[in-house]
Design a protein around this ligand. Structure first.
Ligand SMILES: NC(=O)c1ccc[n+]([C@@H]2O[C@H](COP(=O)([O-])OP(=O)(O)OC[C@H]3O[C@@H](n4cnc5c(N)ncnc54)[C@H](OP(=O)(O)O)[C@@H]3O)[C@@H](O)[C@H]2O)c1
Length: 275
């Protein structure tokens, strides 16, 4: 199957392209530096020619409220228009668990606009809601700074490795459209403040992390379970400590990890269905 991955050079996109190729599909990485731009429309007609599936794992380069809204709105409209003309039969998009409850954040308002455009279009679709990526924990600290300290709500969350996100999205992309939302998440639950504190410690980042019940998630109020997926979610198997050990071993100059801790036993079978 020809599968076009919009944002195919990014964190999730590049892993997704590899997983799809491993499964024998013709996966094309589409992004501005491969000559495809969803904002200007450049290269879209050409890359989508003959494609059965388009997967959108792009992200806005600018997260300021109006910029991110403009990005997801323009990009999604263009994509759906060109996909319709090319006869694409399945549009898959990556979004975030809890998006509907996070509308106080400009970023999540933009993701909601993206999702609504997809739902209103005539192209069969699957929207994948993933939990936060382990790779994003430092970024989460960066957007949660108040007076030099990281303020985060001590609510539950269930983040996952980017590699598992890519596997989860790949499974959906090669299956039939669900015309709805599918959730994917990590294998363990944590408190947001606790895990960001552990991640910063692993990076020797001295910033203090405050468990602040009044702090939002990217400016949006969150409840105890806003960030965790439901019981039917597909779960990646990479545990946080394994990911941490693996990412440390990939960092230039990193110390060798204790025996056993760096072993990713679940590379082949990373997803299992729960309930
Ligand atoms: N962070 C999280 O924890 C989290 C959780 C759940 C879901 N998500 C979702 O996951 C998605 C992917 O995130 P990511 O971290 O993998 O993103 P990323 O690494 O920032 O990659 C973004 C990709 O989009 C491409 N792109 C940017 N502008 C484009 C344009 N005009 N036309 C075509 N492609 C364009 C980029 O290409 P260039 O590099 O060439 O600019 C890059 O390939 C996002 O939609 C996000 O909402 C994130």
């Amino acid at each position: 199957m020809k599968i076009v991955v919009i944002g195919g050079t990014g964190l999730i996109g590049s892993k997704l392209v590899n997983h799809l190729r491993e499964k024998g599909h013709e996966a094309i990485a589409a992004a501005p530096n491969t000559g495809v731009n969803t904002i200007t429309g450049e290269g879209l007609a050409e890359v989508l020619k003959g494609a059965s599936v388009a997967v959108d794992v792009s992200n806005s380069p600018d997260w300021e409220d109006s910029a991110v809204l403009k990005f997801f709105e323009t990009s999604t409209r263009n994509l759906l228009t060109y996909e319709g003309a090319a006869g694409v039969r399945h549009h898959v998009a990556l979004s975030v668990v809890g998006t509907q409850q996070l509308s106080e954040s400009g970023y999540f308002r933009a993701k909601m606009v993206q999702e609504n455009l997809i739902k209103e279009s005539s192209i069969p679709y699957s929207i994948v809601h993933a939990t936060q990526f382990f790779e994003f924990l430092k970024g989460l600290a960066d957007i949660s700074m108040v007076d030099g300290k990281v303020h985060l709500p001590p609510v539950l969350f269930q983040p996952m490795a980017a590699d598992d996100v890519a596997r989860g999205v790949a499974r959906i992309a090669v299956g039939p459209p669900v015309n709805g939302i599918v959730e994917i998440g990590g294998p363990e639950q944590f408190r947001v403040d606790e895990l960001v504190r552990r991640r910063l410690a692993s990076l020797k980042d001295p910033r203090e992390v405050i468990a602040d019940p009044n702090a939002g998630y990217d400016g949006a109020k969150v409840g105890e379970k806003t960030l965790v997926p439901g019981n039917n979610a597909w779960l990646g198997e990479t545990r946080f400590e394994s990911w941490l050990a693996q990412s440390a071993s990939q960092t230039p100059g990193a110390q060798p990890q204790p025996t056993g801790s760096a072993v990713m036993t679940n590379e082949k079978e990373s997803l299992k269905k729960v309930s």
